[in-house]
Write a protein that binds this ligand. Structure first.
Ligand SMILES: NC(=[NH2+])NCCC[C@H](N)C(=O)O
Length: 309
């Protein structure tokens, strides 16, 4: 059993818990400012349920269900192996290893989020006919985009995804490392699990806050063209038009629901992976400890750190 298995287990549990929430950020991020459909996060949920039933909240769930399992397996595998390559467990190395993982997982994350965005946007809006339901499911969505636009089309939004994920995952793992160290997560600590959950949740929030404006631009670029009309010619064009039309507040669109989702998802992800690795591989952990003289024994937050196992 490896980090991959542990991250798969955590992903399958968290995807079902958290999926409905991402429907709101995408729709709030890309809605027209001239005729906004939604006043805020909770009005967005109400409108989706009223117009599209509860199933509307689960549009595009296939994409994250398939993608997130592989993404988390890649993320924790790359981060752990990069930390081993870097050798010393320092905050800078935690950031660099996280950034490396964030970069590599974009190969799956970008097409996955393109499909999720397109599925969530189709059949929405006041002119339902203009964004009629074209895609049967996430895979059909990506297949049709590939047929029409080739690999370039399937990787629409890749540059903004890389700009968001590389520092985003660096902050993600750095924050978790610093929080678990400062909270002193030890196996004999009766509050170890709540501390791991808190550290994981706060790391998810810190990560999304660090690059959220880029997420807004990415969503707009990936939703561009739904209903047939393309508005943006480039990242800079999208950024300039968004600020011109809506001011700097545009970069907070959908932030509430993103953070409401980020805490529980990442609390569960980090706590599951850490506890799983701690308990599934205690022999390796103790071997490492035996190898190192007692004075250098790594405290739990290093032994249990997904990155250092
Ligand atoms: N873009 C980011 N901030 N990524 C880091 C957090 C990733 C995490 N798997 C989530 O979906 O919340």
């Amino acid at each position: 059993m490896t980090q991959k298995n542990s991250s798969t287990i955590s992903t399958l549990t968290t995807t079902n818990i958290q999926h409905p929430l991402p429907s709101a950020p995408v729709r709030l991020q890309v809605q027209s400012v001239d005729k906004p459909l939604y006043r805020g996060t909770f009005h967005c949920f109400q409108s989706i349920i009223r117009q599209e039933s509860m199933f509307g909240l689960y549009k595009g769930i296939g994409s994250p269900m398939m993608g997130l399992t592989f993404i988390n397996a890649i993320v924790f595998g790359v981060q752990g192996n990069t930390m081993r390559m870097l050798g010393e467990d320092t905050p800078m190395n935690q950031f660099l290893a996280g950034a490396a993982a964030g970069t590599i997982q974009c190969v799956i994350c970008c097409p996955m989020e393109l499909a999720k965005t397109r599925m969530q946007m189709q059949g929405t809006g006041e002119k339902k006919s203009s964004s009629r339901k074209v895609y049967k499911n996430s895979l059909d969505c990506l297949a049709r985009i590939y047929q029409r636009e080739g690999l370039r089309g399937v990787n629409r939004g890749m540059v903004t995804t890389l700009i968001r994920e590389t520092p985003g995952f660096g902050v993600y793992f750095l924050a978790y490392d610093l929080l678990t160290r400062s909270l002193g997560c030890e196996p004999e600590d009766p509050y170890m699990i709540p501390k791991l959950l808190f550290a994981g949740g706060m790391s998810g929030i810190a990560s999304w806050l660090s690059t959220y404006p880029v997420d807004v631009i990415k969503s707009r670029l990936q939703a561009d063209g739904v209903g047939g009309k393309y508005q943006y010619s480039s990242i800079m064009d999208c950024t300039r038009k968004s600020i011109q039309r809506e001011g700097w507040r545009v970069f907070t669109r959908g932030l509430t629901s993103t953070l409401l989702r980020a805490f529980p998802v990442n609390a569960a992800t980090f706590a599951t992976v850490t506890l799983f690795l701690l308990h599934v591989r205690p022999d390796e952990g103790s071997k490492d400890c035996e190898a190192a003289p007692a004075s250098h024994q790594a405290p739990l937050q290093q032994q249990a750190q997904p990155s250092s196992l």
